[in-house]
Design a protein around this ligand. Structure first.
Ligand SMILES: Cc1cc2nc3c(=O)[nH]c(=O)nc-3n(C[C@H](O)[C@H](O)[C@H](O)COP(=O)(O)OP(=O)(O)OC[C@H]3O[C@@H](n4cnc5c(N)ncnc54)[C@H](O)[C@@H]3O)c2cc1C
Length: 396
């Protein structure tokens, strides 16, 4: 982009990766996004292109076959991809979170087994916390794994698995009885291998089909139904039952920066569409951009794009530097998703009646932006995290 959302202090390698991804987005994603999205079609060729560029292994450590890049590099790549089509960033997002959790919390054997094939995109990850009765209240998870010899037996229903059908590995958070007092200390993450597809994909595991969504199309979002599903005890992430909550929250924290980056990408695209349209559309004898009311909208939209980008970059850099960043990641996710919804809405208004036509890209962005207010924790949950952190640090 010409001026907005630039990032100071990038290395040559980071700049090169971003320039490659940007030209891929301009050539391969933007021209095809509308049609694929309206058809709710999986972007198979685009995913193959991302595999070839090594994007599935972008943050996987080099010793396990990845590029070993930082969270910042990843977030900037995601921002570029979401500028083209948010669903494509959804294909790599859950994969990235699962790879991060294995790299940080897996046993050496789990790292050696999964990460090299995750880096190539041969194994593709999804993560599953939410259930039909809960999303924000993770500690209330009901799906249960009961120990039986060397196995656990899982029963229950999971909801909203992004990439639930196309993935071949699910990081699954379920209840195990560890005898701890607090509910979240009785949760365990399993690494569940499965074939891609729908129906009863393994004995006791059914992926019923795609949930029909308002936007975020193309990428599959599913339920997962467990009925006496058996999994080996060696598939517990890190070999540590009862540690599922903190390991999953670590994954969600990087996921929040990633959602902020997706929101930035959509907001940038909405601004680009609006600023172009405002100079082409004429009313009362001049381009609408020359009416102050529209020019001021553009000024406010650009300011929001810039603010969201800077906070997203700050949160990514803090995490990369090893600092605690729950508050900053929450702030970045909160502001980027709220601003994204506002900027997209203003771009829609600038398009007048045409914004309501499916021929115009802004129609799609209007359906995509609301998801970012919900995914990886709603705005209310971000405010809960931020305020808790502030009260911890500013204790009177
Ligand atoms: C398209 C899509 C993809 C998704 N992908 C995944 C995935 O891959 N894996 C996964 O595990 N989950 C996924 N989710 C689930 C998502 O994380 C949850 O929808 C989200 O966390 C909100 O949970 P909920 O829908 O149960 O809402 P609820 O928790 O029921 O919340 C309902 C409302 O109440 C508010 N609220 C709840 N608690 C409080 C509180 N304490 N204080 C104030 N307000 C509160 C919320 O902010 C919200 O406005 C996905 C969801 C969607 C829509």
């Amino acid at each position: 982009m010409a001026r907005l959302a630039r990032t100071a202090g990038l290395t040559d390698v980071q700049s090169e990766i971003l320039s490659t991804v940007r030209s891929f987005v301009d050539k391969e994603i933007i021209p095809r996004a509308q049609e694929l999205e309206h058809d709710d079609a999986y972007p198979t060729d685009i995913v193959e292109g991302m595999k070839e560029m090594g994007l599935f292994g972008l943050t996987v450590p080099e010793e396990y076959g990845g590029l070993g890049e930082s969270l910042l590099t990843y977030a900037l790549v995601v921002e570029e991809i979401a500028r083209g089509w948010m669903s494509v960033s959804g294909v790599i997002n859950t994969h990235f979170i699962v790879a991060h959790m294995i790299a940080r919390h897996g046993t050496e054997q789990q790292k050696r087994h999964y990460l090299p094939r995750m880096a190539t995109g041969e194994i593709r990850g999804a993560f599953s916390m939410s259930e039909p009765d809960l999303g924000s209240d993770v500690a209330a998870i009901k799906t249960r794994a009961t120990r039986d010899g060397d196995d656990y037996v899982i029963d229950g229903t999971k909801m909203w698995l992004t990439n639930g059908g196309t993935s071949t590995l699910i990081a699954l958070l379920v209840r195990t009885e560890e005898g701890a007092d607090k509910p979240h200390q009785n949760l365990t993450t399993f690494l569940l291998d499965k074939p891609a597809g729908f129906g009863e994909v393994l004995p006791g595991l059914t992926i019923p089909g795609k949930i029909d969504k308002m936007g975020y199309k193309g990428v599959d979002t599913t339920e997962a139904v467990f009925d006496g599903f058996r999994i080996g005890a060696d598939q517990v992430l890190g070999g540590m039952p009862g540690q599922g909550f903190p390991t999953m929250m670590d994954g969600i924290e990087v996921g929040r920066v990633n959602v902020a980056a997706r929101a930035c990408g959509i907001a940038i695209r909405a601004f680009e569409l609006a600023v172009t349209y405002a100079q082409q559309r004429r009313t009362f004898g001049k381009p609408i951009a020359h009416h102050q009311a529209i020019a001021f909208k553009l000024a406010e939209m650009a300011t929001k794009v810039e603010a969201a980008h800077l906070m997203m970059v700050n949160a990514a850099r803090l995490k990369d530097d090893g600092h605690r960043s729950d508050v900053e990641a929450g702030m970045a996710k909160l502001i980027a998703s709220e601003y994204c919804a506002e900027v997209t809405q203003e771009a829609f208004r600038i398009h007048g009646g045409y914004g309501y036509s499916k021929e115009y890209e802004i129609e799609r962005l209007m359906r995509e932006a609301p998801f970012l207010l919900i995914g990886e924790g709603t705005s209310e949950i971000q405010k809960t995290i931020i305020s808790r952190g502030l009260l911890r640090d500013y204790r009177a």
